[in-house]
Design a protein around this ligand. Structure first.
Ligand code: SF4
Length: 469
C-alpha cells in the first residue's frame, strides 16, 4: 500500500507546486509509513529527495526549497518484505532515450517475474527488485516504438497484469493511470493552474484544491500545458460500474474524510455500525471504537443500539514499527505502549468494542484483556467487516491463510480465542449495502475468495505480504 500524488502547473509556474506535493503526500501518510519521496521537473532536469521514515522526517524547509519545479510526483510507501531497502523507495527516476522519466506507483504486478526475465533476456539490467523499475523499463522500451507517452503507457498496461494506480512524470507532462479493474483509487483535482492527481481526495482538501473527478478504471489521464486528455485501455472495460475498487478502502485503508468512487468513507463505516446493531445487538453500558479505524463504525453501532458512545482507549501515535515483540511479555508491553485505557470510563462497565476487521486477532485479544485488567465487567466485540478468510495477493492484508483464524475457525471459536464475551461480524451482503452511493463494484476477495485480477506468478510465494494489524 502506498499514497501517491502528482502536480502539474499548466502555465509552467513553479509557485507552490512543491508545497502542494509535500502537503498532499503528508495527507496520504496513513497509506504508508516506511518511506517518502518527491521528484520534481525543474525544466527538463529531474531533482529528487527520498528517504526512509515519515514524510515529516524526510522533508524540511531546506530540502523542499531545493526542489523547485513546475511538476512534481510524490510517494508515501508502506512496507513489503520483497521490496525492501532504500532501493525500493519511490519515486524512481530514470534517463531514457526519450528523456527523463519518473514514476510513483501504488501497485502489485502479478507477472513481474516473467516480464523481468524477458527484459533481462533482451539485455535490460535492473538495480532493484521493484515492480516500478520493471514498469519504467517497459515504458521506456515502448516509448521508442510509439508516437507519444500516452500510447507508451497503454502498451505498458497491456503487458502488465496486476492492480495499480500510478503517475508517470515525463519532461512535458504527468500521466496518471488506474488499472482496468480500478482496484486502487486515484482522483483528479485542481488548484489555480495546477492539476493534482492523488490516491485520495483528502490530499486535495488539505491543499485547498477542488475535486474534479475520480479517474476511471483503465483510464490514462495526461496533463500538460494543453490541459487534460484521457485515453482508455479498453473501451469495453471503462464502464465505471464494472470497476472493482478494493472494499478494504472503505473498511480500513482510506482516511474517513475521503470520498472514493462516490462513497464517503466515514458514511460507509457509520452505516456498517448501524447494520451491526441490527445484526448483533448486545446489552452494554458503553460502546467504544478500536482506535482509530473502528471509531466511525462504533458511533454508528452506538446510535443503532441507543447506547452512549465514548472514548475508552487512547492510541499513542508515536509507537514506531521497530518495537520488538518476540515474547508474550513484550507483546503485552507493546499493547500498553500503543494504547492507554481511560479507567474511569470503563471501570465496572459492560463494554462493546467495535473494530474495522479482525485479521490475525492478536491485537484484539490483547485489547480485550487490557480492558478487563482496567476494570471492564464484560467485553463484547463487533466487527464492521466479514470474516477475513483469504490472504490478499494485491498488497493490502496478510497473505497467508494460515495466519487468518477465520479461514479455519467458527465465529464462536474465534470469540473464545480472543477472550470476548460475544463476537459478531457484519455480513458481506450487509457491508455491500452500506456502500449505497458507490458508483462502481468492489473487490471483496479476502472475504469471498473471488480474485478478479488473477493470482501472482506461482514463483512469487512471497508476493507483497504486507503486515496488517
Ligand atoms: Fe482489497 Fe481484499 Fe481485494 Fe485485497 S482481496 S484488494 S484487501 S478486497
Amino acid at each position: 500500500m502506498s499514497g501517491i500524488i502528482g502536480c502539474f502547473n499548466t502555465k509552467g509556474q513553479t509557485t507552490d507546486v512543491i508545497h502542494n506535493c509535500f502537503y498532499g503526500i503528508f495527507s496520504l501518510q496513513h497509506r504508508g509509513q516506511e518511506s517518502a519521496g518527491i521528484a520534481v521537473n525543474a525544466g527538463g532536469s529531474f531533482l529528487i529527495h527520498k528517504n526512509p521514515g515519515l514524510v515529516t522526517d524526510v522533508f524540511d524547509e531546506v530540502t523542499l526549497s531545493a526542489l523547485e519545479g513546475f511538476s512534481a510526483i510524490g510517494h508515501a510507501r508502506g512496507g513489503s518484505p520483497r521490496e525492501s531497502g532504500t532501493d525500493a523507495i519511490q519515486p524512481i527516476i530514470i534517463k531514457s532515450r526519450v528523456g527523463n522519466i519518473g514514476l510513483t506507483s501504488d501497485s502489485v504486478i502479478m507477472n513481474d517475474n516473467a516480464i523481468r526475465e524477458e527484459l533481462k533476456n533482451q539485455g535490460a539490467i535492473f538495480q532493484t527488485n521493484t515492480d516500478s523499475e520493471i514498469i519504467l523499463s517497459l515504458f521506456s522500451r515502448n516509448r521508442i516504438k510509439t508516437e507519444d507517452s500516452e500510447s507508451a503507457v497503454l502498451e505498458t498496461m497491456k503487458e502488465i497484469h496486476g492492480v495499480y494506480a500510478m503517475i508517470f512524470m515525463a519532461e512535458d507532462r504527468i500521466i496518471g493511470v488506474r488499472d482496468p479493474y480500478g482496484l486502487r483509487p486515484l482522483c483528479l483535482g485542481k488548484i489555480g493552474d495546477t492539476y493534482v492527481l492523488s490516491s485520495e481526495n483528502c490530499a486535495l482538501d488539505a491543499i485547498g484544491a477542488d475535486f474534479v473527478r475520480d479517474i476511471e478504471p483503465g483510464e490514462v489521464v495526461s496533463i500538460s500545458t494543453e490541459g487534460v486528455k484521457s485515453l482508455f485501455y479498453n473501451q469495453s472495460e471503462t464502464n465505471k460500474k464494472d470497476g472493482k475498487v478494493c472494499i478494504f478502502e472503505y473498511v480500513y485503508v482510506a482516511r474517513p474524510d475521503s470520498v472514493i468512487d462516490g462513497m464517503s468513507i466515514f458514511d460507509s463505516r457509520y452505516r456498517a455500525g448501524l447494520a451491526l446493531a441490527k445484526l448483533h445487538p448486545c446489552d452494554v453500558d458503553l460502546v467504544i471504537g478500536a482506535p482509530d479505524s473502528g471509531n466511525a463504525a462504533a458511533e454508528g453501532f452506538a446510535a443503532g443500539l441507543g447506547v452512549p458512545y465514548g472514548a475508552g482507549l487512547l492510541k499513542n501515535r508515536y509507537v514506531g514499527r521497530t518495537f520488538i515483540k518476540s515474547t508474550q511479555t513484550q507483546r503485552e508491553l507493546a499493547v500498553r505502549m500503543k494504547f492507554a485505557a481511560l479507567k474511569t470510563a470503563i471501570k465496572d462497565k459492560r463494554i462493546a468494542i467495535v473494530d474495522d476487521s479482525l485479521v490475525r486477532g492478536t491485537t484484539t485479544k490483547h485489547i480485550i484483556s487490557f480492558l478487563r485488567e482496567n476494570g471492564a465487567r464484560e467485553v463484547h466485540v463487533r466487527l464492521a467487516s466479514p470474516p477475513v478468510k483469504f490472504g490478499c495477493c494485491y498488497g493490502v492484508n496478510a497473505s497467508s491463510e494460515t495466519e487468518l483464524p477465520a479461514a479455519t475457525m467458527s465465529v464462536e471459536e474465534i470469540g473464545k480465542m480472543i477472550g470476548a464475551d460475544s463476537l459478531g461480524y457484519i455480513t458481506l451482503d450487509a457491508l455491500k449495502e452500506c456502500l449505497n452511493t458507490i458508483d462502481c463494484g468492489v473487490c471483496s476477495a479476502c472475504f469471498d475468495g473471488n480474485f478478479i485480477a488473477g493470482m501472482p506468478d506461482a514463483s512469487n510465494d512471497d508476493v507483497h505480504k504486507v503486515t496488517y494489524s
